[in-house]
Design a protein around this ligand. Structure first.
Ligand code: ATP
Length: 253
């Protein structure tokens, strides 16, 4: 493991044990993700993508295998220890936004920093900076149900990136959005990655997975393929939205 390794997983298994059936959702996944990468996880429905992201995000633990996050061995951590590490190191963006409706945009984004026990002045500065990054600084006092779906996802991204986590995990970020808003959210994620965020994204949408640096393909709980996507990025230039500019275009410009 090198200094710039963010995720190091070795032989991860996950079994969901029910009363009658047992599902072996991950069957020996090993992978390494480096600082600054934008990685897409793809594969058919039920192949284990969300399970993998959930374990990477320390929302659940593996049944077997080892997982180091930013050099911290997370194997065998108790739930509260896992929560602590997650809060320090991970931002999570969900398909359904998962904002708290009774709280303002500002308070939603402040939550991770409050859990970290940051000082109010630090919180204010960081929250406004995160909301400015996603273009939502003009809606600080709104409630989630007073803004559009695309705007809610922007706020959720601000909540994920506030406090500068080592890793941002994104599960089907455009699944509840129309093409225009989906493209805008993708463009924002690409921009954040350009600014240094390490991003791992689960998506069904090949237009979007093609924008990542690396694509990891899962099938039946196993990694069955992996590709670097420099050349594929060029093919995404003719996406129907002219607002979605790929990294390759930006690098050429
Ligand atoms: N909490 C759970 N309890 C039992 N089985 C589960 C649970 N979560 C997922 N599974 C099973 O584990 C397997 C992998 O599910 P997972 O949600 O990770 O797949 P996915 O690739 O994200 O699917 P999709 O693209 O449809 O969201 C599936 O067979 C699923 O039914």
């Amino acid at each position: 493991m090198t200094n710039n390794t963010v995720v190091s997983m070795e032989n991860i298994h996950k079994k969901y044990v029910g009363t009658e059936i047992e599902t072996h959702a991950l069957q020996g996944v090993s992978l390494t993700i480096y600082q600054g990468e934008f990685v897409a996880i793809t594969g058919p429905s039920g192949c284990g993508k969300s399970t993998l992201l959930t374990i990477m995000g320390l929302l659940d633990s593996a049944s077997d295998g080892s997982y180091q996050l930013s050099g911290i061995d997370t194997t065998g951590l108790k739930v509260d220890q896992r929560t602590h590490v997650r809060n320090q190191h991970i931002g999570y963006v969900f398909q359904s936004f998962n904002l708290i409706d009774s709280m303002s945009v500002y308070d939603n984004v402040a939550l991770p920093l409050e859990h970290r026990g940051e000082k109010p002045e630090v919180i204010k500065q960081e929250v406004l900076a995160a909301l400015t990054k996603v273009g939502m600084q003009h809606r600080v006092n709104y409630k989630p149900n007073q803004i559009s779906g695309g705007q809610q996802q922007r706020v959720a991204i601000a909540r994920a990136l506030v406090g500068n986590p080592d890793l941002i995990l994104v599960d089907e970020p455009t699944g509840n959005l129309d093409t225009k808003n989906g493209d805008a959210v993708m463009k924002l994620l690409i921009e954040l990655n350009k600014q240094g965020s390490t991003i791992v994204m689960v998506t069904h949408d090949s237009r979007y997975s093609g924008l990542a640096d690396r694509q990891i393909q899962l099938l039946d709980g196993k990694i069955v393929g992996e590709k670097q996507l420099q050349s594929d990025k060029l093919q995404t230039n003719n996406l129907q939205s002219d607002k979605l500019q790929t990294k390759s275009e930006k690098e050429v410009a």
